[in-house]
Structures are given as C-alpha cells and as structure tokens.
Design a protein around this ligand. Structure first.
Ligand SMILES: C[S@@+](CC[C@H](N)C(=O)[O-])C[C@H]1O[C@@H](n2cnc3c(N)ncnc32)[C@H](O)[C@@H]1O
Length: 457
C-alpha cells in the first residue's frame, strides 16, 4: 500500500513537471502592468486571483499596488495565486517575500505572508475560497492530446466537453464561471480560441455571461520569458492577445459563437469609410545598412553622378514638436533596367559585401526593397513604433526609410491637412490605443494595415 502511494506521488510529480515544462511561459512585467491597468486593479474593492501564477509576476505586481503594512496578514488576502508546480510556487513565494521585506516585514513574517498568497494546487479541481472580483493571469496553453495521461484522468470528469480541447479553454471557462456580477477577467491568451471552429461552444458558453471589453494583440517576442530551467528549449510559438472579459453590458464585443478577429475587433461595427478610402498608406523601404544605398552627407558628395534623394528616418524627427530636421542621409536611386556605370557602379559593387544575405536577393544595383513611393507630392510620415500616432510632414521628394509609414492624399479629394487631422484626432488615438499590438514600455506596434483601417468619422 505504502509503495502504491509512493508510485502515485512520483507519477503525479513527473506529470506536473511535464505539464509545467510544456506550459511555463511567464509574462513580462510591462504586459502584466498594462493588463492590471485595463482591469482597473485596484481601483475597486474586491480580491484578485491568478489561477496559474507561475513565478508570481501577476501576484507581485498586484500586491505592489495595494498597501500591505508590515505584519498585516489580512491585507494579503486580497491577492491569491494557484500553481501546480512546486518549484514555481517556491519562486513566487520568494519574490513575494522580497516585496514584503522591502516594505518592512520581518523575514519570518514575509515568508509566512508569501505562503498565504501563493498556493500550491490545481485551479481546475481546487475550489479557491470566497469571491474574486478580479481574475488576472496567463493560463497554460496545451492541447488535451498532449497532456500527461494522469492529468487527463484527473480532469476528464470535471471538465465539460467544450472546454477540453486545450487547457486554456478550461481556464477561460472556469475563470468566467466564477466571475461575480461586478467581476472582470483579464487574461493573456493565445489567439486561436477567438476564431477556431472547434471553440464555437466555448465562445457561446462564455458569451452567455460575459463579453469582451478589450482585445489587442501582444508582441510574442517581448511579452514572455521562460523559467531559468527551461531557457534551452525553444519557446512554443504562440500568437498572444490580451483580453478583458466583463459581465454583459454596453460597449462590448459580443461572444456568441461566431469567430472574432483580434485584428481590429472593435472597429467591426464601423461600416463607414476608413483611412484607406481617403489616403494611400505605404511602407517605407529598407535599403540595407548605411553606406551602401543609404549614404551620409560626405559619402553622398563623393558621388556627384548618383541620383540622390534626401532620406529620413525617425531619428530625424524632433521628439517634442514632431517637426522634421534637415536630412543628413541620402539614398541612391537606381532603376531595374539601367545598370549603373562609373563611380556609382564602383561604390555599389565594392560595398556589396556588407549587405546582409536577406538584402542580396535581386540585381546587385537594386536595394533590398525598391523605392516605389509616390515622392512627387508632400506626404506624412508616421513612425512605426510610438506611444501614439505621430504625423510628421514631409516635403515632396524626401524619402522615408526603414519601414516608417508613408501617407499621401488619395483620389477622393481630401487634402493632406484633413488627413493629418484624422490621424491626430482624439478618436483615432483612442482607436489606435485599443487596436495596436503593444510593445514594451507603453509603445505600440503601428503597422500599415492598422493605419489603413482607421475609421474616418
Ligand atoms: C503560462 S504560465 C503563466 C504563469 C504566470 N501567470 C505568468 O503570467 O507569468 C502557466 C502556469 O500554469 C501552471 N499550471 C498549469 N496547469 C495548472 C493548473 N491546473 N492549476 C494551476 N496552475 C497550473 C503551469 O505550471 C505554469 O507555471
């Protein structure tokens, strides 16, 4: 009997190890902070639960926002985490204890306090006590078929069919099912559950109780980190989103079974014109490293026969005024059908060795991305990365480079001033803040497709 129990414990522990190895993809602090902001933690009363707390990022950030006077164990009850993997729980407790110690808790009290916050347990079978107005976290994503057999056997009897395709589905379903009337669920998830046909039942069930009040893509490269022990393995490929679910009400996206696109989810109701109807939006070319097609002033002077265009990047823009400075770079313009001769030929051939492989795919005298922007008229440059949309006026003939966005007036007769007005309007800035994928430190990933979809009101 004793041996049986021992074997079961070992099996369980190795199943949990395997589960953790497959699902531990921890959330970076800027993403956690932004999600807590969106959820309004801790503006309202109530407690917060992270159902799969890993090394405790959500717990630490949530606790850091509320007062926890030294020795006040009751104050810690507002933030609670569940995690199955013992080492991860240990790690979370250490981080929480560090936070408490930095707030004047004694070492012993801080360690005891941390145990009251980070629980070792299974969110899907345990019953976290009491009501949680806030559920925040990044649940595990793992297909049912990839689960260790022991965990399939544990969860099969407690999970409804529609929540069994992936562990994420079970967490979404349970998080919403425990949501009180004034609750809010803020999760980082992979995007598939929003539009796959196999998750129709899940969307429908969640949708009876909650709608989506915020949905935006996250940047997979900067939103996560792996536990130290897992760094050697490659991280799973996910397309992450942040999603905030609230009890049904106004101004939210209905979850009724139909697929939801994370791209521009909130502008679906807009059937009027979008920026692409009144302006042309293009991506500025990448010409390779400086010194080949893109020259400094001195290099440019040494090539008097070259067809040179003043070229600008985001560092040419005054960060306070968004006014363009005097261009200090020049781009060599070449055409496909005319092989350059003389000094231009010599320069391009001799510098070609410095062009990275991905830029050397075509003719040697053509840059990696051709210059096709309509440069014969004034335009607006919108930097690709920013905390908001910035609109920088460009005179005709000035070439933006390095994937900045280039906007010129379209056929419908709107002036560039009017287009600038649309880009800089409060409505547009708010729409972009909702729809652009987030990068670190409050920066947004502003792509051509996003700019083209801006509603013109
Ligand atoms: C994607 S990580 C997220 C960790 C943390 N919330 C964060 O955002 O940094 C998911 C974690 O869920 C844990 N986990 C998996 N199944 C669980 C369950 N049924 N109950 C509690 N934790 C679970 C895994 O061990 C893993 O550490």
């Amino acid at each position: 009997m004793a041996i049986d129990t021992g074997t079961t414990c070992a099996e369980r522990s190795s199943a949990i190890d395997a589960l953790h190895a497959a699902t531990a993809l921890y959330t970076s602090t800027p993403v956690v902070e932004a999600l807590l902001d969106r959820m309004g933690w801790p503006d309202a009363d109530g407690r917060l639960l992270d159902p799969s707390s890993g090394d405790g990022s959500f717990l630490v950030c949530a606790l850091a926002r509320i007062p926890t006077p030294a020795g006040d164990f009751g104050a810690l009850g507002r933030v609670q985490g569940w995690e199955m993997h013992p080492q991860a729980v240990e790690h979370a407790r250490e981080r929480i204890a560090d936070l408490l110690a930095s707030r004047g808790w004694t070492e012993g009290d801080a360690a005891r306090g941390a145990e009251l916050v980070a629980h070792e347990g299974d969110f899907l079978t345990a019953d976290p006590r009491g009501t949680f107005r806030f559920v925040a976290g990044n649940p595990p994503y793992l297909r049912w078929g990839h689960l260790p057999q022991l965990l399939k056997e544990t969860w099969s009897p407690v999970l409804p069919d529609f929540a069994r395709g992936d562990l994420l589905h079970a967490f979404l379903d349970r998080s919403v099912s425990i949501m009180p009337e004034d609750g809010v669920v803020g999760l980082v998830t992979s995007d598939r559950w929003l539009f796959n046909a196999t998750t129709t039942g899940l969307r429908r069930t969640i949708g009876r109780k909650a709608g989506i009040s915020h949905l935006a893509r996250l940047d997979a490269a900067t939103s996560f980190y792996r536990p130290k022990t897992r760094r050697k393995n490659s991280a799973p490929r996910v397309h992450p989103v942040e999603v905030v679910l609230r009890p049904l009400g106004e101004d939210m996206l209905e979850l009724c079974g139909r697929p939801i696109s994370p791209d521009g989810a909130f502008d679906e109701a807009h059937d009027g014109p979008v920026l692409a109807d009144v302006a042309t939006v293009k991506l500025a070319p990448w010409l390779g490293p400086k010194g080949i097609f893109l020259l400094g002033s001195e290099q440019a002077r040494a090539l008097p026969d070259a067809d040179l265009l003043p070229a600008v990047d985001s560092d040419d823009i005054d960060p306070e005024t968004d006014v363009l400075g005097q261009p200090t770079r020049f781009a060599i313009r070449t055409t496909r059908h005319a092989e350059p001769a003389g000094a231009v030929r010599e320069h391009l051939l001799s510098s070609r060795g410095r062009m990275p492989k991905r830029g050397r795919l075509g003719r040697w005298w053509m840059p990696p991305e051709a210059i096709t922007l309509p440069l014969d008229r004034p335009a607006i440059l919108v930097p690709r990365i920013g905390r908001r949309i910035r609109a920088v006026r460009l005179p005709a003939g000035v070439l933006p480079v390095n994937h900045n966005l280039y906007v010129v007036a379209g056929q419908d007769g709107r002036s560039l001033d009017e287009i600038e007005g649309i880009l800089l309007s409060e409505a547009t800035q708010a729409w972009v803040a909702r729809n652009a994928p987030r990068l670190e430190d409050g920066y947004l990933d502003i792509r051509a497709g996003l700019i083209r979809r801006i509603p013109v009101i």
